[in-house]
Design a protein around this ligand. Structure first.
Ligand code: UTP
Length: 293
């Protein structure tokens, strides 16, 4: 078994209902934060973390994702003829960035099912899962931080974030104990996982967010897990099975997470990313100051 985490799976076959009607024909993963599709942020994070084999799980209506990472011959030719060297460089850099393998999930049967679709492409090695909706702004890429934890522990690692109050009910939540030592109280040994608990039933305030390092044992677990409500196979259910065989760790990464799968989260991320841009930040800040809020 290859012990290095060099493959990253991007489940991108969901229906994106929270963003209808925008997502009727446009994949949610292609919605731009300022001018870059959200999935590109995730792919760049994977590459910056040493994962250079990218697997995207797509479905019907997701062809724009494949086109985005492919060569755009007509566009490149036109930009070349018009002498737009800077735009040409941006367009070329995307298709040259990485080689991507695609696998289809024929029906949106849950996140666990989407991950299972990548089984043959991943093979018998640990791998990363990135949910592109979660954009993480961090000095050291979130996935890189998690791979360091995996390299120390050899076990699956789930990215967690502290969520206070009733909002915890939107997440998978850890029942876990802190691991003392080098991770400054940010590493947790998972005892159990509870999907979307009522606030009063939440075993902790540690919410699982969209980054995972998983051992290949997860595939066996998912393949033998019964589908749950709505005929969906949830990743959390597979993780609960995995926990019976292997240790799993939760890790509170350093960085800021933006939930761009949610409308308000998407708007907040757009404002923050625009303010940070060299070419836009100053003018945008001035504009925001003129608003009567
Ligand atoms: P979400 O829970 O965000 O669902 O999926 P969604 O369909 O994308 O969006 P909403 O909630 O309807 O607005 C989390 C991740 O899992 C993928 C999604 O593409 C997203 O990246 N997913 C989900 C699949 O690939 N297949 C599925 O069957 C379900």
């Amino acid at each position: 078994m290859n012990k290095h985490v060099c493959k990253a799976v991007f489940p991108a076959a969901g229906l994106g209902t929270r963003f209808l009607p925008a997502t009727k024909a446009l994949p949610k993963e292609m919605m731009p934060l300022v001018d870059k599709p959200i999935i590109q942020y995730g792919v760049e994070e994977a590459l910056a973390s040493g994962c250079d084999q990218i697997i995207i799980v797509t479905g019907r209506g997701k062809i724009a994702i494949e086109d985005h990472f492919d060569v755009s011959y007509e566009l490149e030719k036109m930009l070349e003829e018009r002498g737009k060297a800077d735009l040409l460089a941006i367009v070329r850099q995307i298709s040259e960035m990485v080689h991507i393998a695609y696998v289809r999930q024929k029906e949106a049967m849950g996140l666990g099912h989407a991950v299972l679709m990548a089984r043959e492409l991943v093979g018998d090695q640990p791998f990363a899962v990135i949910l592109a909706d979660d954009i993480i702004d961090a000095e050291v890429p979130c996935l890189k931080q998690m791979i360091e934890v995996y390299n120390e522990t050899g076990c699956s690692v789930l990215a967690t974030q502290v969520v206070e109050g009733p909002a915890i009910s939107s997440y998978g939540v850890l029942d876990a104990t802190t691991v003392p030592g080098q991770w400054n109280g940010r590493l947790f040994e998972v005892k159990d996982l509870v999907e979307k608990p009522r606030p009063q039933d939440a075993p902790s305030n540690l919410a699982i967010i969209g980054r995972y390092i998983l051992t290949p044992t997860i595939f066996e677990m998912l393949a033998s897990t019964e589908k749950g409500a709505g005929g969906e196979l949830q990743l959390t259910d597979g993780l609960k099975q995995l926990l019976k065989k292997e240790n799993i760790y939760g890790f509170t990464f350093q960085g800021k997470r933006h939930d761009t799968g949610d409308k308000l989260g998407f708007l907040k991320a757009t404002v923050e990313f625009a303010l940070k841009r060299d070419d836009l930040g100053k003018d945008f800040r001035e504009y925001l100051k003129t608003l009567e809020l």
